[in-house]
Design a protein around this ligand. Structure first.
Ligand code: COA
Length: 336
């Protein structure tokens, strides 16, 4: 049976570190509030020029992560026949970042598909890569999760609940067809659109002539908005359910899992899920203290860091899980 195996990982984050104290200099917040509520100490934000423009694009961040993953997989980049790019922050309204990545990597017309599933984007991306490979549509898929959050944040007191949580970064994996008994064993994907407006950025909108109005900008409707408490409650429940469901689907127990790589939304969410599943801290990956929530990029960044830290070994069972705007949630079970 053909399986889809992750054969290379990579990530890239900006050099610029923004600490909680830096944020407290701009908005009404404090290191103590942010650390206690979220576990975040610092995050990376892209450097900007004196006009406020980022020095590189989101797709360029994705390309830097992808080059590392391609080198780690030790493949000829021209064998990549499909790109899957997960981001909620495309560089332009359309087309998606996948085609910009194809150009930056000079990939000789590989297919490019974008996924807009916010924090769950990478989990959906891995499931899609598995489907592409199992169906024979592709043999080598590049899955990228990347986000430029820093330019989309409301750095006034109005936006402080969200602004303190998010960071920039990109992660990438190469997924290849294999006849060996390893790779993505199972995935589960869910959504519940009744909660779409509980975590969303409304504008620009297709229903408005000109897509965005001065009033919308004045009201901050182009910034992300979140019902933090509701998101927290649903995330804790859905993370746990998705992990249990994917384990059942794969026919394995939580005791068999070597490492859980959860979406890095909030350390308190991760801790609550680990406690419910009775998973000890050494079997749960966390880097939220250093990067904050990088949305679709958190899982591939965490995966690449876990590989480099020697926390993933050949044959290990790995679970990825995410929850986010939509609401959407899902999980992947992987034999490394
Ligand atoms: N600094 C200081 N105070 C802040 C603040 C900040 N950055 N942001 C909000 N507050 C204030 C609020 O104004 C509110 O004040 P009030 O009680 O006077 O009205 C209070 O802090 C809110 O506190 P509380 O609601 O108890 O916070 P919380 O424990 O729910 O934590 C979050 C807030 C956002 C950290 C938490 O709800 C959360 O993590 N939610 C999930 C977020 C998430 O994961 N989003 C991404 C989805 S993948």
């Amino acid at each position: 049976m053909t399986r889809a195996a992750i054969t290379g990982t990579g990530f890239w984050v900006p050099e610029r570190i923004v600490t909680n104290d830096d944020l407290a200099g701009w908005i009404d917040t404090s290191d103590a509030w942010i650390t206690e509520r979220s576990g975040i100490s610092e995050r990376r934000w892209l450097e900007r020029d004196d006009q406020g423009r980022t020095l590189i694009t989101g797709a360029e961040m994705g390309a830097r992560a992808a080059r590392e993953a391609i080198a780690a997989a030790n493949i000829d980049k021209n064998t990549i026949d499909q790109i899957i790019y997960a981001t909620l922050n495309p560089d332009v309204f359309f087309p998606g970042n996948g085609v910009f990545l194809e150009h930056l990597l000079e990939l000789n017309t590989a297919g490019a598909m974008d996924i807009r599933n916010q924090c769950t984007g990478f989990v959906y991306g891995l499931a899609a890569a598995d489907g592409f490979i199992q169906s024979g549509l592709a043999r080598t898929v590049l899955v990228v999760g990347g986000e430029v959050q820093s330019t989309a944040l409301d750095l006034s007191d109005r936006g402080r609940d969200i602004a303190v949580l998010f960071g920039d970064g990109a992660g990438a994996v190469v997924v290849q067809a294999t006849d060996e008994d390893r790779g993505i064993l199972a995935s589960v994907l869910h959504s519940q659109g009744r909660y779409a407006r509980e975590l969303f950025a409304e504008a620009p909108v297709a229903t408005e002539t000109g897509r965005i109005t001065a009033a919308m900008i004045d009201e901050g409707r182009h910034f992300p908005h979140m019902n933090g408490k509701l998101v927290f409650q649903h995330a804790t429940r859905r993370f746990t359910e998705a992990i249990e469901e994917v384990l059942r689907k794969g026919g394995v127990d939580i005791g068999d899992v070597a490492l859980l790589i959860p979406h890095q939304a909030n350390q308190r969410i991760t801790d609550a899920v680990a406690a419910r599943l009775e998973l000890p801290a050494e079997r749960v990956f966390s880097n939220i203290a250093r990067y904050g929530n990088t949305t679709a990029a958190t899982i591939p960044i965490a995966m690449a860091e876990a590989v480099r830290a020697g926390r993933i070994h050949s044959g290990d069972l790995i679970v990825t899980v995410a929850f986010g705007s939509g609401f959407t949630w899902g999980a992947n079970l992987i034999r490394w």
